[in-house]
Design a protein around this ligand. Sequence first.
Ligand code: ASP
Length: 596
Amino acid sequence: MPFYRTHHCNAIRSTDAGATVTIAGWVDSPRDHGGVIFIDLRDREGITQVVFRPEENPEAAHAAHALRTEDVIQVTGRVAPRLPGTENPKLATGEVELVASELHILNKSEPLPFPLDADISNEDVRLTHRYLDLRRPAMLRNMKLRHKAIQAVRNYMDAQGFLEIETPVLAKSTPEGAREFLVPSRVMPGQFYALSQSPQQYKQLLMVAGLDRYFQIARCFRDEDPRSDRIIELTQIDVEMSFVDVEGIIALSEGLFQAIFQAALGVELETPFPRLTWRQAMDRFGSDKPDPSLGMEFVDLGDVFKESAFKVFRGALDAGGVVKAFNAKGFASVTTGQINDLTALAQKHGAKGLAYIKVENGTWKSPIVKFFTETEKKSLTERLKIEEGDLILFGADTWATVCHVLGRIRLRVAELTGRKPAANQFTCLWITEFPLLEYSAEDRKWNAVHHPFTRPMAEDVPLLYAGDPFDENALACVRAEAYDIVINGMEIGGGSIRIHERDLQQKIFHVLGISEERQQILFPHLLRAFAHGAPPHGGIAFGVDRLMMLLCGTENIRDTVAFPKNNRGQDLMVGSPSEPEPHQLRELSLSVRKRE
Ligand code: ASP
């Protein structure tokens, strides 16, 4: 028998009764019923009940007594209907059992470090024994879903005329935002590769090469502190197309997401996905990755309070700022402790305080209501649809501070009140027209919001050339041909139409403070390529691991990956990272000096 078995453990049915079959797998739960041994035998596909009867084969029955959970065995036997009343409707094989005639123990298992059917809160234990953890049904389901999603990507992209092309993992440093992992070269002592944080430049060069439509399931490496939704070794569906505009990329991506959700979950996503410009998203939800389904949209109250006696609101408006509020519907039950925490959160993000109104027993309870006129109160009631039991939270400051602060408060309120998307509910959204640049007060320079290869919107290009060398106010207004896809408040992907002209690219480098000399060190290939017939092009990349969090319904990104690193970047199973052997360092012309 070339494959140890004739069937897997989810194959036999009542129609097979009488057939002789061989199955192999793991002992799930051995039970001794007065000499008759029952075993649930498990493999990747499911479970089959095996029964060892002493009268059928005393030798096998005797050996079966010694079986323990997670032993690996091979059993040959006869398929028989279960006795009436003993069927198990929860199992696809539940109407039958295998009456064993032959047993081979292929591998014994020692007692497990943790039971497979219990919830293990210590993730390090799970990660140390990941090969056991992956046997758990929830993890097995995640691995299968991931496979299905990736196959759907390959099928869809192939059908759309994309070529799957691999690009180097040992790459060159790029200023795309993340800290990079460096790999020393043995052959060129003192020189280092950077592990690719994304195939960005390679995919653009593939377009210059005329390959037209590229995709890759690409491994990317970013040396950032891991979080519940961020890992250092991530996987992207990386895409680039020539002769395409924003609409083209969006249409392709929506089709791709429909295909993935259909294949993995049988869920039909409705297209086109709604769109918000970055400004609208910030204005209404205080986030560039909002989940509108949580409600609590911001309302602008500038006109209501422009003559207000309440100095905080009036002062903000007079200074050119804004007053906004949102209704945390039904949350008048907020405790003083929670209000204090929310206020501290607002202050941490730059607000001076947090004004609020609780509506309880028909009265507005708030330290600020005494400053409001009847007309102001009436307008508030109408605009914010205020009712008994509501909590209203305000922000008054510059536009940017108010949006940012209320955005944080809104998310915290959602957490406190348990607002979250229902299972299998997916709110998909495009965010467009991001700012091209943002000023970093810390570095005292302009940085690219997306990356330096992103195309400015045509109508904003003149702003880049206003002033000499540039006009700071104008730079802040330049919008990018960039887009992010957001699902349930999580950024799942993003991309842009690219610059394909050498002059414009150099202008952007210049604005970003990358001198001509540095440009020749960092990007000579790109600048040369743009001088040899570069087509207009654009692309996008989707985070597979985050997408899988949605498809698997988990809040832990590591549950979507077979062998993830823990939150300190360690693979506890194999013990990496680890110290190199002295001869390895010698070969690399390196010596290690540990920080005290
Ligand atoms: N390379 C970008 C990223 O990894 C995506 C893109 O612009 O296509 O975020």
